[in-house]
Every structure is written in C-alpha cells, then in structure tokens.
Ligand binder design. Structure first.
Ligand code: MG
Length: 387
C-alpha cells in the first residue's frame, strides 16, 4: 500500500477544526485532525511531498521523516508539529482499517474501554457565584463528573475586554498582578461552584499562563479548600524552573503541557517534576504515538496524564485511542458544550459522550466516520472540502 494524496478541510467549530485525509493506491482513506492555528492547513499540504509513495504502515518512521523534512528535530513545535499530528492521526486510522482492528490495539492494547471526559465550562456566562454554580450544575446534569472553569479574566473591565473572551490575557503578553479584590472574586466564584455541585465532582481551574509565580502561589493557597484536581497553566509556558517553583509551593496539584510540543518539548517538565499532572494536546503534540511516549515518560515519575482537547469528535476519538492505551491516563477534555452539532459531525455509535465517558468502539481504525453533510454545512471561508 502506498500513500497517493493528502487533503484537508477546515470546519468552523468553536475552534478551527482542521480535518486531514490521507489517500492510498488501494482505495483506503485515513482521517485525522490537526490542532487549530494560522498556517496549519497549509503546512499539512506542504507535508504531502514527504508522504506520497510511502507505505502508510510505517507511522513512526514517517513521523520522523515529517519532523526532519519540515524543520529538523530539537525545538520543533508550533504550526509544523500541529500539522504533522493531523497526518499522524490519519495514518493510524488507515493502519487500523488496513489491519481490521481498532487503533488502540496497535498502541499496546487497552487499560480501559471507557474514557473519562471532563466538561470545560469556560468563564461561565457572568462572573458571579450563582452564574458559575448554574453553569457547573448544567454540566453535571449532562452526566459529567469532572468540570473545569477559567479563573483568569474574571475582572476584565480592568483591561477593557469582555470577560468571555478566552486567551485574551496571554495574547496581550501580560503577567497580571492579582489584587485582593480579584482574589476574593475568584474565591467566591469557586465557592459558588462547590456549593452547586458538592464535593464529589472533580473540579479543575485554568489560569491560561497569566500570572507571576508569587501571585499564583497565593491563589493556590486561597483555592485549597475547594479540593481542586488541578490548577492549570499558572505561569507563562516558557520557563519550567518558574513553573517548578509554583508546583513545589502549591497545596493544590499543578497541571501544564498543552502549549508544548513533542516528547522533547515536554521532557524537562516531567523529569524535573515541575508538574503534578502532565497535559499534552494529542492532535497538537505530535500525535498518538508521541503522546503515548510522553505518557510513558511521565509514568516513570508517577505523574498522571490528563489530555487537553479542543478538537472535533475526529481528533477527540483519535486521542481517546491513545488514552485507552496509557497506564497513567486520568481524563480528557470536552470543550464543545456550546456547539450543538459536535456529535452530529460523525457517524457511529451515539451518543459519543454518555454519562461523562466515551466508550471505545470496536470497529477498525478510529471506529467513527465523518458525516460529510454536516461537515460541508460548517466549512470555514477559505477552505475546500478535501479539494
Ligand atoms: Mg488550558
């Protein structure tokens, strides 16, 4: 079997969902997804010349060929690795279909058939304890037993931004000082959530890299009574020593990793034990096998893995195949509570997420297929439908 073509389309979900198809001379087609970002779809097209004529079974070798063919090893990341990840996911779908087995069987088999999913609740609708409590109860009523809120940007009027704009802080490159008033607001919001859902539901909080080390240590101590499963991305992602200072001084578990790429990019965070929970984004970090290697490295240090995820059901299910095969996996993110057609995008056993879990399919490859009619209805402006 030889690869003959690589094609893409981008859908407008709550992020740009860049879907990748890899075609072969035997008629089999693999489906994958790359993490969003400027230039990623074009980078997937650039990978085509490295792939055509190759045997799609050689996934690990093709990963290295793509890394080295685009920009070399070492500190590779960003657009290139996100693009490579989407192709890698599609290669696994192809390989599974060719061999007639689910992808997880090719990654060592399963530790679990049911993958725990947590619901991202963003900033809620308004920064009040009641609003956050209602948002939390809404997720729990859908069956989720784990949820996450964004604790940054709860006082956006200080910066003139609407509070529901995510990622605003780090795009501005600000390490925001935290006032007593803001800290009190944060504590009251988390109190509203805990009061609404009780103590048994897992609760995580995301900082989006917005804070300096001392402030976030202070925040972590203030949040300790809420028994968080983790505090995410406390400081900017560039300095692992600073992150370790936070982790070593935090009474709540610290989680990070979604802004790092490949096993090399996450190595220092793991080997210096700068995090309590490692959090790669699988369709961004390099793909399923790279994520599995990162999980195994973390497992040597007894660090659990929680998968960051903002993908369509394609990237989500692909990631779940890797998660099923990881000894130290705990939970994967669901970031599309407000996208009503998220599940409609695929054909297969529904609902995909039931009672807060994704049950792994036993069909070959990913085990789900793209609903082309739904996909065509949500195409981004400057894309083609796998043209
Ligand atoms: Mg995050």
């Amino acid at each position: 079997m030889k690869i003959t073509d690589v094609r893409t389309t981008t859908l407008e979900g709550n992020f740009g969902w860049i879907l990748v198809r890899v075609f072969t001379d035997e008629g089999l087609v693999g489906l994958g997804e790359s993490y969003w970002g400027a230039g990623v779809e074009a980078a997937v097209h650039a990978l085509k010349e490295l792939l055509v004529g190759e045997n799609p079974h050689n996934v690990d070798w093709l990963y290295q060929k793509m890394i080295r063919g685009m920009s070399g090893s070492g500190s590779t990341g960003g657009t290139v690795v996100a693009a490579i990840s989407g192709v890698e996911l599609a290669l696994w779908d192809l390989k599974g279909k060719a061999l007639g087995t689910p992808i997880y069987n090719l990654l060592g088999g399963v530790y679990r058939h049911k993958i725990k999913v947590y619901a991202d609740c963003g900033h809620g609708d308004r920064p009040t304890p009641q609003s956050w409590g209602e948002r939390a109860k809404g997720a729990v009523s859908k069956g989720f037993t784990a949820i996450k809120f964004d604790i940054d940007n709860v006082m956006p009027e200080r910066f003139g931004d609407p509070y529901h704009v995510t990622r605003g802080g780090w795009l501005q490159g600000q390490q925001r000082p935290v006032s007593n008033q803001e800290l009190d607001l944060m504590v009251s919001l988390l109190g509203g959530v805990r009061e609404a859902i009780g103590s048994d539901i897992d609760l995580a909080v995301d900082c989006h890299w917005n804070y300096n080390t001392r402030d976030v240590i202070r925040m972590a101590h203030a949040f300790e009574p809420f028994r968080l499963v983790w505090l995410e991305d406390p400081t900017p992602p560039d300095n692992i020593e600073a992150l370790k200072r936070v982790t070593d001084n935090s009474p709540v578990p610290i989680c990070s990793g979604e802004n790092h790429y490949t096993r090399h990019g996450l190595r220092q965070m793991i080997t210096t034990q700068a995090v309590d929970v490692i959090q790669p984004d699988i369709p961004k970090v390099g793909g399923l096998l790279e994520a599995k290697k990162i999980a195994d490295l973390a497992d040597i240090y007894y660090i659990p893995l929680a998968a960051h995820n903002v993908s369509s059901p394609i990237g989500t299910m692909a990631a779940c195949h890797a998660c099923a095969s990881m000894r130290n996996f705990t939970v994967i993110e669901f970031h599309a509570q407000d996208v009503p057609w998220w599940e409609d995008l695929v054909l297969g056993d529904k609902p995909l997420i039931k009672d807060g879990y994704i049950t792994m399919p036993d069909k070959p490859g990913l085990g789900i297929e793209l609903n082309e009619e739904v996909a065509r209805a949500h195409m981004a402006k400057d894309t083609t439908f796998f043209g």
